[in-house]
Ligand binder design. Structure first.
Ligand code: SAH
Ligand code: SF4
Length: 358
């Protein structure tokens, strides 16, 4: 296929990406992206333990189940003991890093909560783990403060790089400004974080051209890590009833986007998002097979995990964490990947960007 040849040659256009997203013959694309993964980042899966620290949010993104206007959600913040237990579990299992995710707030109490949690983690773990924050848009001062307290990486999805689509997905007010989103991503880079971003695939009103633009945006912004997954409608959200692609199509489109990203940005870390699992039980493993190299097993205590409902059908493990992980790791090994233990798994793209490594 011409579009794939162009992509592999490095001399490709947005139209080539659209053609690949449109094409139903994925065999060659996935074979190529698999090979890129092997060659550039190895057949390896890195572990990040996801802690959903608090579902209190001051924003109202139209797609999200924990938006502040959703009064049906029971709000919580984990206590210190719960956080430490989760961290110790991950450490004991050889996870190289942790992700602390929350709803977005910018009040001083919240900023202190994250600061204190970072301090708590560094005091209570026998050795360093890489810490990723996913706590939304903050001032540069706050990003710097958290960086100094031990945060290494930050995830902030652009959600939609087309400002018009972004506006369709968010209320039209200063709290939900596209320009502010961009500034926050810039600030993260200036503060020295490994910066992760991404978008949702299959949101209402999104075209294949939009997805192609999102892919090019991540490339041009020189993002180090990618967290992107399918949109899954969430209960009590204003856009839940809008027309979208069938779930199988959204799933396949997300896989194609991952494959294209692996080829266009071979040395970035790409997460196999949990939303893939919400659409297809083996969704994350499929993503790892065709190019993703990071998985974020949820280590939040079960009750809180239920209340952190970004979207419907969120996978809630019925087993204990030990058994769940043993089975997950086995499935990852079955696709031919090594589940990497006791390594940070820093983004090679980041290391090169800051002049470390090749
Ligand atoms: N409040 C922070 C982090 C929590 S939300 C933030 O917004 O950055 C983390 C991610 O969940 C968001 O970036 C969004 O892309 C994703 N998300 C929210 N609702 C979703 C939905 N209905 N389907 C799929 N992903 C969703
Ligand atoms: Fe809040 Fe993040 Fe959900 Fe937006 S996506 S409503 S900021 S938790």
């Amino acid at each position: 296929m011409r579009a794939l040849e162009n992509l592999l040659s490095g001399d490709y256009s947005k139209e080539d990406i659209v053609a690949l997203l449109k094409s139903n013959s994925t065999y060659e694309l996935f074979t190529a992206s698999k090979e890129y993964k092997r060659k550039f980042v190895g057949n390896k899966t890195y572990l990040r333990g996801l802690i959903e620290l608090s579902n209190i949010c001051s924003k109202n993104c139209y797609y999200c189940g924990i938006r502040s206007a959703n009064t049906k959600v029971e709000r919580y913040t984990l206590d210190q003991k719960q956080v430490i237990n989760a961290c110790k579990y991950a450490y004991g299992r050889g996870y190289g890093s942790l992700v602390l995710q929350t709803g977005e707030r910018d009040d001083p109490k919240f900023i202190d909560l994250i600061s204190e949690t970072l301090e708590l983690i560094s005091k209570n773990l026998p050795a360093k783990m890489r810490i990723t924050l996913s706590c939304g848009e903050q001032s540069k001062e706050t990003y710097l403060k958290w960086k100094k307290l031990g945060a290494d990486r930050y995830l902030l999805r652009i959600e939609a790089s087309n400002p018009y689509l972004y506006k369709q997905l968010h209320p039209n007010d200063h709290k939900h400004s596209f320009e502010q989103r961009l500034r926050a991503l810039e600030a993260l880079k200036e503060c020295g974080y490994q910066v992760g971003s991404g978008f949702m695939v299959g949101v209402p009103g999104q075209s294949l051209e939009d997805i192609a633009s999102d892919i090019l945006f991540l490339r041009d912004f020189k993002i180090d890590m990618i967290g992107m997954g399918p949109y899954v409608p969430g209960q009590n959200t204003p856009i839940a009833q809008k027309e979208i692609l069938h779930k199988d199509e959204r799933f396949l489109l997300a896989l194609k986007a991952i494959a294209i990203l692996r080829i266009t940005m071979p040395d970035v870390n790409i997460a196999a998002a949990t939303a893939l699992q919400a659409l297809e039980p083996m969704g994350r493993e499929k993503a790892l097979d065709i190019g993703a190299n990071v998985i974020m097993p949820n280590i939040t205590p079960p009750d809180a995990r239920k209340a952190y409902g970004l979207y419907d059908n969120k996978p809630l493990d019925s087993k204990g964490l030990e058994d769940r992980d043993a089975e997950l790791f086995k499935r990852i090994e079955d696709i031919g990947d090594e589940v990497v233990r006791n390594e940070f798994g820093d983004s090679l793209h980041y290391n090169k960007r800051i002049g470390k490594g090749k």
